[in-house]
Every structure is written in structure tokens, then in C-alpha cells.
Ligand binder design. Sequence first.
Ligand code: ZN
Length: 137
Amino acid sequence: MIETIPIPGIEDFDKVYWENCSKNKLTIQHCGDCNEARFPPRHMCPICQSISHDWKEVSGDAVLWSFVIPRPPLLPVFDKQSPYVVGLVELVEYENIRIIGQIQTNSNIDSIKIGDTLTIDFKKINNEISLPYWVKK
Ligand SMILES: [Zn+2]
């Protein structure tokens, strides 16, 4: 039985990403040679196969590209949080990067729609992991 939310495993190639999230900063990996942005982080550039890379901080502002409101039956840990929205967001700085995260709103959950503009925030899970989530503007 899963009693707590699954926590991402930290690998060497995405360690910087998680370290920055724990500082409430969203950073995107870029190729050190061709500057292609890529997400999720990985060892090698899919365009030029370079293993050189750097990290650039982004605003986290995004547009809701798609979403789902999970319905029962859910695992107990998620059932306690229901109803909630899981979104696929497109960062405003990069049309080719989409990230999955929870979407929060101060209004009715059923008012969320594709195309909503969002800002980022972070939820601390433990000393190593803070998960990005997005809030409807
Ligand atoms: Zn490259």
C-alpha cells in the first residue's frame, strides 16, 4: 500500500534541477554546444549528442496545455487530496517544454480550462525535494 506520495529519485544528471527546486527556482537544462533547451534533464543533447550542458533559471510562468481531475478509485494518499488537478503546462519561455504538475486555483476547481495562465510555486516535500506546482492567475 502506498501511504505517501511517490518522491522522485535524484540522479546525477538531474541533481541540479532538484537542488534549484528546493531553492524555489525552476531551471531548465540547455546544451552547452547548440543551446537547445531540454526537459526532463538528461545526459545527452538529443540534437547534437553533446554531453556539455548548463542551467538557466526561468520564470515558471506557463499556460495550461492539458489537465485531468483524477476521480476515485484513487490510492489512499491521493484520495485524501481529492479533488485536485494535474496539469501539463507549457512554459512561456519555451514552446517545446511541457512539465507535469499540480494546478491550484482559488476559485472552483471546475473553472480550470486549457489556456489558463499560471504562475509557479513550490511545495517542500523533504530536505531534498520541493515539487513545482502551478497556480491559476
Ligand atoms: Zn546540442
